[in-house]
Ligand binder design. Structure first.
Ligand code: 5RP
Length: 224
């Protein structure tokens, strides 16, 4: 059986080799990103001089506990390199993200980044995106409208629940998980989703990742 944590660790250890003194570093969210942040914490302890930009409150708390100096997203106009995870990726570096509900900050941080390094275990690589549903962040009062528009795109939207109640994102919005089957044209779906009034952002990351490092058994594969 695959040891997914080990694979994520291999990918994270490789990703942090891309860091160097003086950089501003985007800190992703999710179990893979947290492993990378722990590695970054060790490097900082040993003298690496970087400043991190967290993509969620959980990441901020973790980075703070490791004494990684931090900047807020609103205080940077460029990020050198971001290390984050993904729920699915294709060989041409298109992604679905947002399984952990932090897609909005993750996408803003990724968009500010000169390099977006995605680290994953070996289960995340797919031929076509879409087995994992597309998280869509939605202004709460627009939920019924957005659900209807998703249906018009031949999708099925489900409001993401936590303990029976709609999940509330860090921005006070809700998440709809959109099932569109296997997505032949993610670029076009991304365009259609962002055009829906009430959609704040979605988890299709198109032409954003610059490198994917996927842990595999006792090594890793790099896509870029
Ligand atoms: C959070 C994310 C995560 O990066 C994604 O869900 C992957 O998580 P993990 O590394 O735990 O598999 O997009 O919003």
């Amino acid at each position: 059986m695959k040891d997914l944590k080990h694979e994520k660790t291999l990918a994270a250890k490789e990703a942090v080799k891309y860091l160097s003194d003086g950089q501003i570093v985007g800190l992703g969210s999710g179990s893979s990103a947290y492993i990378a942040i722990a590695e970054i914490g060790e490097l900082v302890k040993n003298g690496l001089n970087i400043k991190g930009v967290p993509t969620s409150e959980k990441t901020r708390e973790l980075a703070e506990s490791l004494n990684i100096p931090l900047l807020k997203i609103e205080d940077v106009d460029s990020i050198d390199i971001t290390i984050d995870g993904a729920d699915e990726f294709t060989e041409d570096l298109q992604l679905i993200k947002g399984g952990g509900s932090f897609l909005l900050k993750e996408k803003v941080v990724a968009s500010l980044s000169k390099a977006e390094i995605i680290i994953t275990d070996s289960t995340k690589k797919v031929g076509l995106l879409g087995k994992f549903t597309v998280p869509i962040e939605v202004v709460p009062y627009a939920q019924n409208y957005v659900l209807a528009q998703i249906q018009k795109l031949n999708g099925i939207g489900r409001i993401r629940l936590v303990e029976g109640k709609p999940l509330v994102t860090e921005q006070g919005n809700m998440l709809i998980d959109g099932d569109f089957g296997l997505i032949e044209d993610p670029r076009e779906l991304a365009r259609q989703l962002i055009r829906i009034v009430g959609v704040v952002e979605h988890g299709l990351f198109i032409d954003i990742a610059t490198t994917v490092i996927m842990g595999v058994d006792d090594g890793f594969e790099i896509y870029n």
